[in-house]
Write a protein that binds this ligand. Structure first.
Ligand code: FAD
Length: 482
């Protein structure tokens, strides 16, 4: 430690905040330090495997980390990459980096999942015990989870009142975007190369780098193009997966390549400062970013959801199906329901799925097949480039009616009518289900409408369940909960 001269060197632990601008830990470390800043990233395969982190997501992290390393080098901030094979090795690994690089303080942005926040508390304790200053920030969110409260002081359990309360706060304390960290004096600490791969986390998508370019610069270009060209039509077009109508920034938000503050600030600037008024598209998009926020707050207020338990405890009594044949067909996109199969194949081919289709395919698994939502949640995490425990769990539990849905009844989508609404001409289905490319008219949504011979010529599976019978079964199961 460089205490003799009372100089201060900071260590910034980079995690799911792979950006230089508007990064609280980095920004404040660069102002606190007068003897340099060192950044560290811990490759943590055991933690990643425990969370079912997808290979494509890890690949995206590494590519963004490489971009970040280049940007940090211009600020004279070396980035060191180390590996902790077991989660129990993280503390000692970080302490060793701090010692080797003569750092006095540790700075990082909070993560809110149960294991991660316990890990961070342990790291803080050990660093403090060794005489290091530790500073932690709430950077992944617009507002610290727990700070948006009901009139009675509780956590919100329903989205719309949460959003209203959050907007009230944001009107008093507008979103503030931080600038870049201060350039540092050169120090004698060397960065280490970012690995190209981490064993066990290979991307299932071959052209991931082309599909999902890395780096803050790219993400900001995407954000500004979306705001300028598409946000105005967002409300009308966001549920049509064949149209490039949404931002597709979820991988960047999940990895922290852009911050929610930067997103909201860009939309606000375009929408003349209006959060919930002005242009309907912009207001709706901000509201979607707030869904992400809501689920981050839910995992803090109701940590049971992070531990595989239902948000609505009564629904734990549901007797889910564990039919592996049905599950395998759903995973492979071979259910015989075109819109569900197109969605599931989009996930396998690109590592991403359109929001409306996440709802349709999750609802199909949990309502039509009545399979435990936890199986679906895990499969999504293993394949999503934007896999995020809070949003994924929130989306799955919402779809399974075990979660935060405020509807006073059990939402059950009819997959055929969903298909007719969101993909009226079947363009999206034809893109991902080539067996149906030549099917014309409404039969694209429901090939059973085709005359017998025509149907039998298609190399496309028959449906596994009858929707109306499945609907009765699920209604009965939920009613029985009382
Ligand atoms: P846009 O429509 O452009 O929205 C902007 C941003 O707002 C998104 O990038 C995202 O960060 C956030 N957002 C939008 N809708 C939601 C939502 N319903 N819930 C939470 N955040 C939202 N999102 C993830 O980031 N990671 C996940 O693992 C994830 N799993 C999901 C699982 C299910 C079953 C469901 C129904 C939804 C899930 N979502 C998840 C939410 C949503 O589907 C994606 O965020 C969205 O499809 C991303 O596309 P986009 O970036 O074009 O979104």
């Amino acid at each position: 430690m460089s205490t003799a001269t009372a100089k201060r060197r900071a260590l910034v632990w980079v995690r799911r905040d792979l950006r230089i601008a508007d990064n609280h830990a980095l920004y404040h470390a660069s102002r606190w330090a007068d003897d340099g800043v060192v950044a560290v990233f811990v490759v943590s395969p055991e933690e990643w495997a425990d969370h079912d982190d997808a290979g494509i997501k890890v690949d995206f992290w590494l590519r963004n980390l490489k971009e970040m390393q280049t940007g940090l080098a211009k600020l004279n901030i070396p980035l060191v990459v180390v590996t902790a094979k077991k989660r129990t090795e993280i503390v000692s690994t970080l302490l060793k980096v701090a010692k080797d690089a003569a750092c006095d303080g540790l700075f990082f942005n909070n993560e809110y999942e149960v294991n991660e926040s316990r890990r961070d508390d342990t790291v803080e304790r050990h660093f403090s015990k060794h005489g290091h200053e530790v500073q932690r920030f709430d950077d992944h969110v617009l507002m610290k989870p727990g700070e948006v409260r009901t009139g009675q002081g509780g956590m919100f359990t329903v989205f719309t009142p949460f959003k209203k309360a959050l907007y009230k706060i944001l009107e008093q304390h507008p979103v503030e975007v931080l600038g870049s960290p201060k350039r540092q004096l050169e120090i004698a600490v060397k960065g280490t190369p970012v690995p190209e791969h981490v064993a066990g986390f290979e991307s299932h998508v071959k052209n991931a780098a082309e599909l999902w370019p890395a780096g803050e610069k790219w993400a900001h270009k995407r954000l500004s193009t979306f705001i300028e060209k598409r946000v105005a039509a967002y409300k009308e077009e966001r549920d049509t997966p064949s149209v490039d109508a949404t931002s597709m920034l979820s991988p960047h938000l999940a990895a922290g390549v852009v911050s929610p503050r930067q997103c909201v600030a860009a939309a606000l600037e375009w929408n003349k400062g209006k959060l919930d008024a002005g242009n309907a598209g912009a207001a709706h998009w901000i509201s979607e970013v707030v869904w992400r926020e809501f689920y981050q707050h839910i995992i803090v207020g109701f940590p049971r959801v992070v531990m595989g338990r239902a948000f609505k405890p009564a629904t734990e009594a549901l007797k889910w199906s564990y039919d592996t044949e049905h599950f395998e067909r759903w995973k492979a996109g071979k259910t015989g329901v075109p819109i569900v199969d197109a969605a599931m194949r989009q996930l396998l081919e690109t590592g991403w799925m359109h929001n409306r289709l996440r709802m349709v395919s999750a609802m199909y698994l949990t309502k039509d097949l009545f399979i435990d939502w936890r199986w679906g949640e895990k499969h999504f995490m293993k394949h999503l480039i934007d896999g995020d425990l809070a949003s994924n769990n929130g989306g799955w539990q919402w779809s399974a009616s075990t979660g935060t849905d405020a509807a006073p009844y059990f939402r059950i989508f009819n997959p055929v009518s969903q298909s007719e609404k969101c993909d009226p001409k079947g363009e999206f289905i034809r893109r991902y289900v080539p067996e149906l490319r030549d099917v014309e008219g409404d039969a694209i949504h429901d090939p059973s409408q085709l005359p017998g011979l025509q149907r039998s010529r298609l190399e496309y599976p028959e449906v596994m369940v009858d929707h109306s019978k499945a609907r009765d079964r699920v209604m009965e199961a939920f009613r029985a909960l009382g």
